[in-house]
Design a protein around this ligand. Structure first.
Ligand code: F6R
Length: 361
């Protein structure tokens, strides 16, 4: 049942305010400015002993894990990074007892992720799952973890589960941070920010008509560039993947700072750029990157917290706490990919060559 929507992708994009509300529900502890995650199976003493966090996933879940790693470093000050599960498994990784491993998966059945979890467990590591489907293989193999509570995702292309996974990581980061050095005031600041998300998501989705218009304007491109820095970079990667998957338009994602090291050679009027420009300490750097692109006659669509003069168009999104900005900035670009694909007559819920869960290697 698509509940009045023409595709599951559209329905699922529009379910995000409710889905985020669901992942927060019952978990916030205002008294201690922290959150409770029931199934982690990691007590405070064990959590304090964690020296590193390694996040493993594929595709969109890997991108959510990249944002998750940044959230963990920012809020808990534990060194963290994300890696594609398939690559991790084949490079004979050094498995360290003080590292906490986190497997991320919507389906909980992705073979590359499951195999990485099994290899880690064989080597005695502790593995948590950040999974959407309850009782799935990865959820069962993991030592503990947290469910993402996005609800069923039918469209092959992941949207609401991406957003909820990032929110689940924010909860994990907040929890770990409050066991360590994150202050009560910062804990409260993040909680207040999390509570603002559902309404801000609705605000973004209310701008659909304008995004649809922009999609029509940019979608004649053969290829598009997506750029961002630090918090904006995984957002750019995910938006680039989304556009590729549903529209089949070629897209590249780069850190804005890397443009001058090569990809700037691609910039010309027929190669528009989508720039993720949060209002944070990298704003001026991002403006400088947009200037470089304009100087090469590149067109720019910015996703930002205020209208960007250097850009040809700006999709303005509501500001949250800096750490939580990536959660919101990708949402208009889900709609951008959707409307681009719709205008091109693509099979949106079942893009060619793709399957919802990849249970083979
Ligand atoms: C992208 C997409 C895929 C999946 C990937 C992992 O829209 O759907 O990239 O994210 O195949 O799937 P899960 O999260 O089920 O492990």
């Amino acid at each position: 049942d698509m509940g009045g929507h023409d595709t599951y992708m559209h329905k699922e994009i529009f379910e995000q305010a409710d889905a985020v509300d669901r992942v927060l529900r019952g978990r916030i502890d205002d008294r201690f400015s922290t959150v409770h995650l029931g199934g982690l199976n990691l007590d405070a003493r064990e959590a304090r002993g964690v020296r590193r966090i390694k996040i493993l996933g594929c595709g969109t879940s890997y991108h959510a894990g990249q944002i998750g790693a940044q959230l963990i470093e920012e809020l808990a000050r534990i060194p963290a990074d994300a890696e594609p599960a398939s690559e991790f498994r084949y490079r004979n990784p050094v498995v360290d007892p003080d590292t906490l491993y986190v497997a991320v998966s919507q389906s909980g059945e992705t073979y590359d992720v499951l195999a990485a979890v099994q290899e880690l467990k064989r080597k005695g590591a502790r593995v948590l799952g950040v999974v959407n489907v309850v009782g799935s293989a990865i959820a069962r193999e993991a030592d503990g973890g947290t469910y993402v509570h996005a609800g069923p995702e039918v469209c092959v292309v992941s949207t609401k589960c991406f957003t909820n996974t990032v929110v689940a990581f924010a909860l994990l980061a907040l929890h770990l941070g409050r066991i360590r050095d994150l202050s009560v005031a910062d804990g409260k600041r993040i909680i207040d920010g999390l509570r603002r998300l559902p309404e801000q998501i609705s605000e973004i989705l209310a701008g659909e008509d304008e995004i649809k218009r922009l999609a029509a304007e940019y979608a004649e491109a053969k290829s598009m560039m997506f750029i961002g820095r630090v918090r904006g970079y995984p957002v750019a990667r995910e938006a680039s993947l989304k556009l590729k998957e549903v529209s089949y338009i070629h897209a590249e994602a780069y850190p804005a700072s890397e443009l001058k090291h090569g990809p700037l050679a691609l910039i010309e009027p027929a190669m528009p750029t989508v720039a993720i420009v949060p209002d944070d300490d990298l704003l001026e750097k991002n403006r400088a990157a947009m200037e470089e692109i304009k100087a090469r006659s590149g067109r720019i669509l910015a996703v930002a917290h205020q209208v960007q003069e250097k850009a040809d168009h700006t999709i303005v999104v509501p500001k949250n706490e800096n750490e939580l900005d990536p959660i919101l900035m990708g949402i208009p670009l889900q709609l951008f990919a959707y409307h681009t694909a719709l205008a091109m007559g693509r099979d949106i819920d079942k893009p060619r060559n793709l399957a919802k869960s990849v249970t083979v290697e």
